[in-house]
Design a protein. Structure first.
Length: 367
């Protein structure tokens, strides 16, 4: 399979009409179309011509060869999605810096909030250990991420259902709880998929308070009715793990390609369109009530072309985030400005963390 190791994620190079053989599976396919991300929707782009081999075998082989073609050190979205498993220290450092720049570019004011990098506050990890001594394994067994990892191993027929699962993943709910409880957060804005983590933090706080007195603040989740669950390109929740996001800080061509990949139904030109779909829901996020009503009317009226809606959405996204994208580029070009703001938040956070940890250690008899 021809490959190209560029840093712009154009790793696989296919030509329309080209016949490809799927490695050890021996399956063949003819390319009918090609887009920049073959793994995401490869089944839509290929016409299978070998009845003696399964589509699943062919896709598995192609996916493995695609992943193997990616350089180990690349500033790519694919590697960033797996940062929790990353061992590249440079990538970890640059990622945290860029995340900070994104928050600042979106308008976060360090003078009004405590904006810090978790790794700069070692007190959080010490608190996490103390809380972990009170947290039952059964509670962590019910964490969605852990259950999903186990389920994935079971589907693959792996006997050791914990294979590849690190303690970092298993204990993550405790670390998140320490992050929240350290600063006495009573309201925590999250998406619907993160509600369980807040509930776990609350359970851990209540258990601690039961044994050592009313010291920690049990948090409550605040979930927006509009953005509680953002739909992704494929209709599932928008998540980097599913590779179904629209990266607002990407270049215009990438945004265009992602929007064009949004799944739509097969309704004909002279039929009304389904509003309970990713394209309608994503576009609606950028509209006021009146504009949303107009979009709904267009969907109900025969003659609407999805291509027209996607082009409108592309223009809307690029225009909506124009200032933020420009600000991010300025920040990335001036790392000292970002670092100074991070130091400001770090100093604020340390003062609170030192006080909270001292109270916790005193209550538990560790002081």
């Amino acid at each position: 399979m021809p490959t190209s190791k560029n840093t712009d994620l154009q790793y696989l190079v296919f030509k329309t009409g080209e016949t490809i053989t799927g490695g050890t599976s021996g399956a063949t396919a003819t390319v009918s179309k090609y887009r920049g991300n073959p793994v995401q929707n490869i089944q839509q782009f290929l016409n299978y011509s070998d009845p003696d081999h399964t589509i699943a075998d062919f896709l598995t082989q192609m996916k493995e060869e695609f992943i193997n073609s990616i350089p180990e050190k690349t500033d790519s979205a694919l590697n960033r999605r797996k940062l929790i498993k990353n061992t590249d220290s440079d990538l970890t450092h640059s990622s945290s810096f860029e995340i900070a720049a994104c928050w600042l570019a979106c308008g976060l004011d360090p003078n009004k909030v405590i904006f810090y990098r978790q790794s700069d506050i070692p007190h959080i990890f010490e608190l996490a250990w103390i809380l972990g001594c009170l947290t039952s394994k059964g509670l962590l067994n019910r964490a969605h991420a852990y259950k999903a990892a186990i389920s994935d191993n079971e589907e693959k027929g792996i006997k050791d259902i914990d294979k590849g699962i690190t303690m970092g993943l298993f204990n993550y709910p405790i670390l998140m709880a320490a992050d929240i409880l350290m600063f006495s957060a009573d309201i925590v804005p999250v998406g619907q998929d993160q509600k369980q983590h807040i509930e776990m933090a609350r359970d851990i706080a209540l258990k601690f308070n039961h044994h050592y007195g009313e010291l920690l603040t049990p948090p409550e989740a605040q979930i927006s009715e509009v953005t509680g669950v953002l739909p992704g390109l494929d209709g599932r929740k928008m998540s980097k793990s599913y590779n179904n996001t629209i990266p607002i800080f990407a270049d215009n061509d990438t945004i265009k390609n992602q929007v064009m990949n949004i799944v739509t139904d097969s309704a004909g030109l002279n039929e009304s369109k389904d509003k309970n779909t990713p394209l309608f829901k994503i576009y609606s996020l950028f509209l006021n009530d009146e504009s949303k009503k107009e979009l709904a009317e267009r969907y109900d009226t025969p003659g609407l072309k999805y291509m027209d809606i996607k082009n409108e959405l592309i223009e809307t996204i690029i225009s909506f985030f124009e200032l933020q994208r420009s600000k991010r580029e300025q920040l990335l070009a001036n790392p000292d400005e970002v670092n100074q703001k991070m130091i400001l938040g770090q100093n604020k956070a340390k003062k609170i963390a030192q006080k909270t940890l001292q109270e916790v250690k005193s209550a538990t008899g560790l002081l």
